[in-house]
Write a protein that binds this ligand. Structure first.
Ligand code: NAG
Length: 293
């Protein structure tokens, strides 16, 4: 299969992906009872953070946002992106035992991934209809089937091959591209802590950007999307007060005028559509694809 770029990059990306998937982490753990037999299944399903706010449960009171969901501490102000600045950020601890596996294309092709087949899929994974897991899976499928908004390219990937093919279609056949992630420089990270930006943030210029976020499912599902709008990418070196350094990938959406006023980012940053840029860090299990020029 031709992915539009050479095989060594492919292998590098694969390695990177598999490594990255070993350290995925969510913020809400659901215990499952009936998943015993399948090697590719894990004992936990996790709710994933979607920076665009879609899979974050929105609390009632703005004042209790950070207590309710520490993951909301991924949003920040554009003006905070400065050397020496300190901010409260949530980067979960690594937990390789509970990360969903990425399937091979062959495996992925053998399991239906559509809400119309949900009863069959639930049976396959032994999740009772109406269980928390079943609801999470249904939400993920619906999220993947929701049509893209104007100017947006989106897809859900259940295998690396599909992801790369789709990225290649968006960037143009024969285009070369690379992946950016948030990396933990040190082994242990205190999940919610104050970080200081200890090197000047580096702007990464990219004509197009496709960001892939993980969604809750018994195996790895990436929701990938790219929008035609004014977005900036940054590499930000962070030094934690309680120890731990992170090389973070961040994005700033400079024009939010077309966003839903109920977007969770506006509540967190106490702003309104179009009033100011919205920035966020990517969790370590997210993948940000950009073309190599
Ligand atoms: C982060 O810093 C602020 C301001 O210095 C402080 O009030 C807060 O308690 C700190 N939070 C944590 C989790 O360390």
């Amino acid at each position: 299969m031709d992915f539009g770029f050479n095989s060594s990059i492919f292998i590098l990306c694969s390695l990177l992906l598999f490594q990255r998937l070993q350290i995925t982490e969510g913020h809400l753990k659901i215990h499952t009872t009936n998943m015993k037999n399948d090697d590719h299944m894990e004992n936990h399903l996790r709710f994933r953070i979607n920076q665009e706010g879609n899979s974050i449960q929105i609390p009632d009171k703005v004042s209790s946002l950070s207590q309710m969901d520490p993951a909301l501490n991924l949003f920040f102000y554009y003006n905070d992106l400065k050397l020496g600045n300190k901010m409260l950020i949530y980067f979960p601890e690594k937990d390789p035992l509970t990360s969903p596996h990425l399937l091979t294309k062959q495996e992925s092709d053998s399991i239906p991934f559509t809400s119309s087949q949900l009863p069959y899929i639930l049976q396959l994974f032994s999740f009772p209809h109406g269980s928390k897991q079943a609801l999470a899976m249904e939400t993920t499928l619906n999220h993947c089937e929701f049509p893209p908004i104007k100017g947006e390219s989106k897809f859900c990937a259940t295998s690396l091959e599909f992801m790369l093919d789709s990225i290649s279609n968006i960037f143009g056949l024969n285009s070369r591209f690379k992946v950016l992630t948030t990396n933990y420089v040190t082994e242990s990270i205190s999940p919610l802590q104050n970080y200081t930006i200890y090197e000047p943030p580096i702007e990464i210029s990219a004509k197009k950007i496709v960001a892939c976020h993980t969604l809750p499912y018994p195996y790895a599902v990436f929701y990938c999307h790219g929008q035609v709008s004014d977005n900036m990418l940054y590499k930000v070196m962070l030094d934690g007060d309680d120890g731990g350094r992170v090389e973070a990938t961040a994005m700033c959406h400079m024009d939010t005028s077309q966003w839903d006023p109920d977007h969770v980012a506006f509540r967190v940053l106490k702003t309104t559509p179009g009033a100011s840029p919205v920035c966020h860090f990517f969790p370590a299990d997210n993948l940000v694809w950009i073309p190599v020029s």
